[in-house]
Design a protein. Structure first.
Length: 238
């Protein structure tokens, strides 16, 4: 059965996918690279900052090294802080879902966002104490759809002091995702995945492998999880 819940961040809790696109577009424009919203949505959404910058530069035929990518990430992060301090938008039901599920299961965040961005937003949402583990862009070397982030999150949950999760298995984890790459990442890690149709259409999320799809976070409660991912269905998955 479900013993832990893992949330993606951007596009699930924080409504800032458009902000990230605009920052990627503006920083890349300074490098002579054009990024359209369609290209971002179809090819780069779900990547972490490093993955997006590397892929966009490679597609444009530009060479790069780690210092150049680090500089682009820093420039984007600096501008994100300004946007965040002026007010972040959270999806309806985000605080309620985090709070309700945290009362039943340990919660983790697995995101391609920078740790400082995640910490800042969780504090603004007054939910930092509800999240037991955070795996961010700094912790991974491969971005979604690679399963590395979710496997690292599994390790982090197993290591939580006093949580009795040392024997936690991937099929005991429920992932909440908004992107196709994120759903693919969770499924590759052997976890259950719920797609939230904030960014993609329900049929796209189902095609990507989502085990269930919600149009928003409103219905995401303890009872909903237990009804859709109870012991019988979990046993079948194993």
């Amino acid at each position: 059965m479900i013993r832990a819940v893992i949330f993606d961040f951007n596009g699930v809790i924080v409504d800032d996918e458009q902000v990230h696109f605009e920052l990627f577009r503006d920083v890349l424009a300074q490098e002579g690279v054009s990024l359209t919203e369609r290209a971002y949505h179809e090819r780069f959404l779900g990547y972490d900052d490093r993955g997006c910058f590397e892929a966009a530069l490679a597609e444009a035929g530009q060479s790069f090294d780690r210092p150049r990518i680090d500089d682009l990430i820093a420039r984007k992060a600096e501008r994100y802080v300004i946007v965040a301090e002026n007010g972040l938008r959270f999806f309806p039901g985000a605080r309620q879902s985090l709070t309700a599920l945290a009362d039943r299961w340990p919660l983790a965040i697995c995101s391609g966002a920078l740790r400082a961005e995640i910490e800042f937003a969780l504090k603004r949402l007054e939910c930092r104490d509800r999240v037991s583990a955070v795996v961010s862009a700094e912790d991974t070397t491969r971005c979604k759809p690679d399963p590395q982030g979710y496997l690292l999150t599994l390790d982090a949950l197993r290591s939580l002091p006093g949580a009795a999760l040392g024997d936690l298995l991937a099929p005991n984890c429920l992932v909440i995702e908004d992107s196709l790459a994120g759903v693919a990442s969770a499924k590759s890690a052997g976890m259950w995945a719920v797609g939230v149709a904030h960014t993609y259409q329900p049929d796209e999320l189902k095609t990507a492998g989502a085990d269930a799809v919600l149009t928003g976070l409103g219905p995401l409660s303890t009872s909903w999880v237990e009804r859709h991912f109870g012991p019988l269905r979990s046993a079948a998955h194993e």
